[in-house]
Design a protein around this ligand. Structure first.
Ligand SMILES: *Cc1c(COP(=O)(O)O)cnc(C)c1O
Length: 750
């Protein structure tokens, strides 16, 4: 739900524009019009293209490395994440293929005639083996450099280092005329140019723009700089954009004017050795990127791939057009007229770009960026979970309607949001205005942060002291599970945000409610900021007299602790004690927050009575019919020959099994599924990845049909409660065990 709504259409569109600007650099479209105009077009305007590509790379490839202000990942053994490794490998492959593609042209042009091994290395690492190919090694080197630094330094430090490198680069590029006059500098740059022909490379140019991209990504500090770029969907474009957009547009215009002036002055005084780097290029890129992020344009993945192909292929079309023009005696029109030449190259490159995008899509979906992100549509999945976001919103509103006005929901999204998909559910809840969550453990909290979830995330369980650093880094709030643990948290020595658990009778976690003095001591611990205090009820789901009395004693004990703490001068804020059944049965006991889990997902733990439509199930579980076959009387099916056909039996094989979370207890007729709105009993033993059902009574079933395991089909419905009852457990267990290999996809509008 949340993923699909990230809005990067502005970036996608501009990628295409940037690719065409690069074509301009290599064709000088306006030379036959006016030299100065061409200088402006190709040496000023078009110079935003490469920094833009680098920023996009930083934003999407490096941002996840930097969740906070501290060093990105000091504990990691390798400084590259698997995702980065994959990205660099792909980039290297593309570079390798491009080298091969342009080898013949390069040889023909005599590029490699007097090549030494040092020269070869310089070409491969910095200059590129063909004029536009320098970008690939620059990007690879830059990413390696920034990732390596990220192992030891904070994002701020890396930004400073990158800026220094950029300044060094400037004096070897646009400002070389100044450096040249200082003998020491001149000597240094002479030595440098032995290694790399220009300073616009992976060391001096790339890091700064990669880092700028990182700031634009997910880090909280980045959110300050690039407000609301986090994936809280559409908020970007709709809500705040209209207010800030004019500021960014103005910033872009002013800084671009400044950059143009800068370029023309440097040009006029012949100070430029090369013209890729300007001082004002930095603010231009910042404002440009900001504008593009706010642009209300839907994402277009096809443009991303196409722009890469245009970048790689356009020099080939320059050669092709020159050759063709010569053959056809059209040189005057297609080559000498620089504008027509440019347009022809653009046209061919665009066509080739889109054809290649289409072809690579056919050959291998893996060549596409983020193929794994492509939601597995009902059309292709073997088994999948459908999420009904309207039902989620309905349940949220229903629970809110049960509670006092100022009580906030802190949904439990632990255990992958009870099997629903934590990223999707929390993303959707964020969008619906929820700002507090609770999870079971630190890794669940980190996953939410990596998915861009905002607000408070409370870890209900205990985090190992070796992992305390992660709490700060990912802005997670830790539960104080007992007094000894409070001391450990305090001893860690850095500021941590906590909620204190109070044990009022559950006897699982928490400081005993009698020990008010100890709880007060936690409030006084210097390193701990106590943002909340809570307890958990042991029997709020039961309405026997005994259980009600127990629950009421727990509620009373909790509020007595709060009063006693207030009396001792401890600021008792952020009180919470109710989970789903607590909200339904004791709504008056609600405090500052409530922690609904199962009810938010639209079901209860058992088939309890509730007013109709008060809660709507969010999840459906579906699977594909892989094959349909007929058994003759006496034949068996599945492991252990547990099913034996006593008559001619038509069976369907479903591609879902216990590894997907389908309880094995449903084997041999205890469970059923729905196909074409009719019941089909499970036969034989449920396998790890497959399940057999009897479809003798549903003759219309055929391969690739959809079977419903939880949810509705025609007039029939299977609820999670029924499944839980059949298995002698509660829905919480059934749902939270749903497998991680099931894609979670939004329910299609009916
Ligand atoms: C899991 C959990 C919840 C949510 O419980 P539900 O019964 O699913 O609403 C609330 N509080 C704590 C401490 C939990 O562990």
């Amino acid at each position: 739900m949340s993923k699909a709504q990230k809005n990067y259409g502005g970036l996608d569109l501009f990628r295409l524009a940037a690719a065409l600007l690069v074509v301009a650099i290599h064709t000088s479209p306006l030379t036959s019009v006016n030299g100065e105009a061409d200088f402006f077009f190709t040496r000023v305007l078009a110079r935003i293209a490469v920094p833009f590509f680098l920023m996009v790379t930083g934003h999407f490839m490096l941002a996840e490395l930097s969740p906070g202000g501290t060093a990105f990942f000091p504990d990691r053994r390798s400084f590259l994440t698997p995702r980065l490794k994959k990205y660099l490998l792909r980039l290297s492959l593309l570079y390798g293929a491009s080298i091969l593609l342009y080898l013949p042209v390069g040889i023909y042009a005599g590029h490699y005639r007097e090549l030494t091994s040092g020269g070869l290395l310089r070409m491969l690492l910095f200059d590129g083996t063909f004029y536009h190919l320098w970008y690939f090694p620059a990007c690879i080197l830059g990413v390696l450099l920034v990732s390596l630094l990220a192992r030891y330094l904070t994002l701020w430090n890396i930004t400073v280092i990158s800026a220094v490198l950029y300044v060094i680069g400037l004096f070897g590029d646009s400002y070389f005329g100044l450096a040249e006059k200082v003998p020491v500098l001149n000597g240094m740059y002479a030595a440098l140019f032995q290694i790399s022909s220009y300073t616009r490379n992976g060391v001096f140019l790339a890091p700064l723009f990669l880092v700028l991209g990182v700031w634009a990504g997910q880090s909280p500090a980045g959110r300050v700089l690039f407000r609301n770029t986090d994936p809280s969907p559409s908020a970007d474009a709709d809500a705040s954009a209209p207010k800030t957009m004019p500021v960014y547009i103005l910033g872009l215009i002013l800084s671009f004017c400044a950059m143009t002036a800068e370029a023309f002055i440097l040009h006029r005084f012949h100070l430029q050795r090369h013209d890729s780097m300007y001082v004002f290029l930095i603010p231009v890129m910042f404002f440009l990127y900001r504008c593009l992020l706010a642009a209300p344009v839907p994402s277009k993945k096809i443009l991303r791939t196409a722009s890469t192909w245009i970048y790689v292929l356009h020099p080939a079309f320059i050669v092709v057009i020159r050759g063709a023009a010569k053959l056809l005696h059209l040189t005057g029109l297609l080559v000498d007229n620089s504008l027509l030449h440019y347009l022809a190259v653009c046209l061919l490159s665009l066509c080739a770009g889109f054809v290649m995008t289409w072809l690579t899509g056919l050959i291998s979906p893996h060549l596409h960026k983020n193929a794994a992100d492509t939601p597995c549509r009902e059309g292709t999945g073997r088994a999948w979970i459908e999420l009904d976001s309207a039902a989620l919103e309905h349940n949220l509103r229903f629970l809110q309607s049960c509670l006092p006005e100022n009580c906030r929901l802190m949904p439990a999204v632990k255990a992958n949001a009870y099997g629903h998909g934590a990223e999707q559910i929390a993303g959707e809840l964020n969008r619906l205005g929820i700002q507090d969550f609770c999870v079971a453990c630190v890794s669940e909290g980190i996953n939410l942060r990596k998915a861009g979830i905002k607000g408070q995330i409370l870890i209900l369980g205990c985090t190992h002291p070796d992992q305390f650093s992660l709490l700060g880094r990912y802005h997670l709030t830790q539960t104080v599970v007992d007094m000894e643990y409070a001391r450990r948290l305090q001893q860690y020595g850095r500021r941590l945000h906590v909620h204190i658990a109070v044990d009022t009778g559950m006897h699982r976690l928490g400081i005993r409610c009698e020990d008010v003095e100890q709880i007060a001591a936690v409030y006084r611990m210097k390193n701990l900021t106590v943002d909340g205090i809570f307890t958990h009820l042991a029997a709020s789901d039961s309405d026997t007299e005994e259980d009600r009395a127990f629950t009421e004693s727990q509620i009373l004990a909790f509020y007595q602790v709060a009063d006693a703490l207030e009396a001792k001068g401890c600021p008792c804020v952020g009180l919470h004690l109710l989970s789903s059944y607590g909200i339904l049965n004791y709504p008056k006991a609600a405090a500052d927050y409530v922690r609904p889990g199962i009810a938010l997902y639209g079901v209860l733990s058992r088939p309890d009575e509730l007013p109709p439509n008060s809660l709507l199930p969010v999840l459906s579980l579906k699977a594909r019919v892989a094959s349909v076959r007929t058994l003759h009387p006496g034949e068996s099916a599945g492991y252990g020959m547990a099913f034996i056909a006593y008559r001619k039996t038509r069976i369907a094989v479903l591609s879902v099994g216990y590894a997907d979370g389908l309880p094995r207890e449903l084997s041999s007729g205890r469970g059923h599924v729905l196909i074409h709105g009719k019941k089909a009993p499970v036969i034989g033993r449920i396998c790890m990845d497959q399940t057999l059902v009897d479809v003798s009574e549903i003759p219309e079933v055929s391969g690739q049909d959809t079977a419903v395991l939880i949810g509705c089909s025609g007039p029939e419905r299977i609820t999670a409660q029924e499944l839980a009852e059949q298995c002698g457990t509660i829905t919480n267990e059934i749902l939270s065990r749903l497998g991680s290999r099931l894609p979670r996809i939004p329910k299609e509008a009916p």
